[in-house]
Design a protein around this ligand. Structure first.
Ligand code: PMP
Length: 447
């Protein structure tokens, strides 16, 4: 299998030639927070797969919900006036739990097409209300909004963004509220003011009647777990209202208990015009994402469609009944199953464990909210100097982590990302930090 994988399966994020040499670790099974690979090596997953398996592995009730739905009805198209019971129920539940501003749901297969759909719906919306020139989209540097051809333009990570500007429209970025490396430091008011002013300046530069929307993650995930100060998200919402542009919150990572409440927006009573979700919606047991939108946006699009501005958009697997049945059971686990409450109860253990590691010689910063966190490794703590990339420290860390039986994400700039499942116990956290300390010590001892 490893040989066939090297020959035939593309792993795009990896360095292709490195991948061909090293191959992959084939995962064979999982239970709770633990994975076993095909060599029988046990791994504690501190990243929930790819920030998605929020309920942990081996949740039998989710498997049962999927199986029952597959037996009853595996597929229903949303075209030709059809639908399915679990999809309707899931849409209603999402609207019940989401910020009150959001009333309508379009289901996708994952996060990238949720972002992509949001951009397309926004474009239809502005056409419908007679403002077709609003084609400029603003997002944050270090942001990640998926790999679709349009959405990857909002993604600010250079390797994704390069060569993919949205055809006929444009994406722009303002600085990330990255406290650790900001010249205004950790001062919350200054960081918020900086972002609000940057957004206003960018809108003024592009033309007040040319900008469609501002997209942001409440906490930037793939950009290195950048945690803005409390109040930042609300301030961005208010700035968008003042500027007359749509405010879109991408909760693909932060949704479904990752930061404590079901959605990060809840913590600050943030009311976006659109919101994208995926990952924890089905917690990895089936693919699904969604874009939620306000009644004002939906009504304008629907009225436009009725009066000559038709909408061309749809996916074969939108609102897939099996994914929807999985989503319903996963939502039940977050609430009635006590997983949200467990995540909130154990948050201090997680943030405390990360903060304790600030004493380690390699660790320059420790940051988290809920069960989403990061350590930033630096070559020199006082100057915050980064390690020479030629050391490939992140690769050494991943190798040591595998040997210790720990999975997390080591980003290229030596930020280590953590997203443990909401089913973690205090013992799981103790093991995570014991193993993590060993990983850091191993790497520190290397020449
Ligand atoms: N938005 C955000 C904030 C994400 O983190 C991701 C995935 N990491 C996406 C969108 C894209 O989601 P997917 O990989 O499911 O297409």
């Amino acid at each position: 299998l490893l040989e066939l994988d090297r020959k035939h399966l593309i792993h795009p994020v990896a360095n292709y030639r490195d991948h061909e040499k090293k191959g992959v670790t084939l995962l064979a099974s999982g239970k709770g927070a633990y994975l076993t690979d095909s060599n029988g090596h046990e791994l504690l997953d501190a990243f929930s797969g790819l920030w998605c398996v929020n309920v942990g592995y081996g949740q039998q009730s989710v498997v049962d919900a999927a199986t029952a739905q597959m037996n009853r009805l595996p597929y229903a198209t949303g075209y030709f006036g059809f639908g399915s019971e679990p999809a309707v129920e899931l849409a209603a539940k999402l609207v019940e739990y989401a910020p009150a501003s959001l009333q309508h749901v379009y289901f996708t297969l994952g996060g990238s097409d949720a972002v992509d759909s949001a951009i397309r719906f926004i474009t239809y919306y502005y056409n419908a209300i007679g403002q077709p020139d609003r084609k400029q989209f603003i997002a944050l540097s270090r942001g990640y909004h998926g790999s679709s051809t349009i959405g990857s333009g909002l993604t600010a990570l250079p390797v994704f963004h390069k060569n993919f500007n949205m055809p006929g429209a444009y994406q722009h970025h303002i600085p990330s509220p990255y406290a650790y490396r900001s010249d205004v430091g950790h001062d919350p008011a200054a960081l918020i003011q900086r972002s609000v002013q940057s957004l206003k300046d960018k809108v003024a530069e592009l033309g007040a009647d040319k900008v469609a929307a501002f997209f942001c993650e409440p906490i930037q995930g793939s950009g290195g777990v950048i945690v803005p100060p409390v109040g930042w998200l609300k301030a961005m919402q208010l700035a968008c209202r003042e500027l007359g542009i749509l405010f879109v919150v991408d909760e693909v990572i932060t949704g479904f208990g990752r930061t404590g409440p079901l959605f990060a927006c809840e913590a600050e009573d943030v009311q976006p015009d659109l919101m994208t979700v995926a990952k924890g919606l089905t917690a990895g047991y089936a693919p699904m994402g969604a874009v939620l939108m306000s009644d004002a946006v939906y009504t304008a699009i629907a009225d436009g469609a009725a009066s000559g501005t038709p909408v061309g958009h749809g996916h074969t697997y939108s609102a897939h009944p099996v994914s929807a049945a999985v989503g319903l059971e996963v939502l039940r686990l977050y609430h009635e199953g006590g997983l949200l409450a467990n995540g909130v109860a154990l948050e201090p253990v997680f943030s405390g464990g990360l903060k304790d590691l600030l004493a380690h010689p390699l660790v320059g910063d420790a940051r988290s909210r809920g069960l989403l966190g990061a350590l930033e490794l630096v070559a020199d703590k006082s100057s915050k100097r980064q390690f020479d990339p030629s050391l490939k420290l992140h690769e050494r860390i991943s190798t040591a982590a595998y040997a210790e039986g720990l999975v997390f994400r080591a980003f290229g700039d030596n930020i280590l990302g953590f997203a443990p499942a909401l089913c973690y116990t205090a013992d799981d956290f103790a093991l995570l930090f014991t193993r993590l300390r060993k990983v850091l010590d191993t790497v520190l001892a290397q020449p």
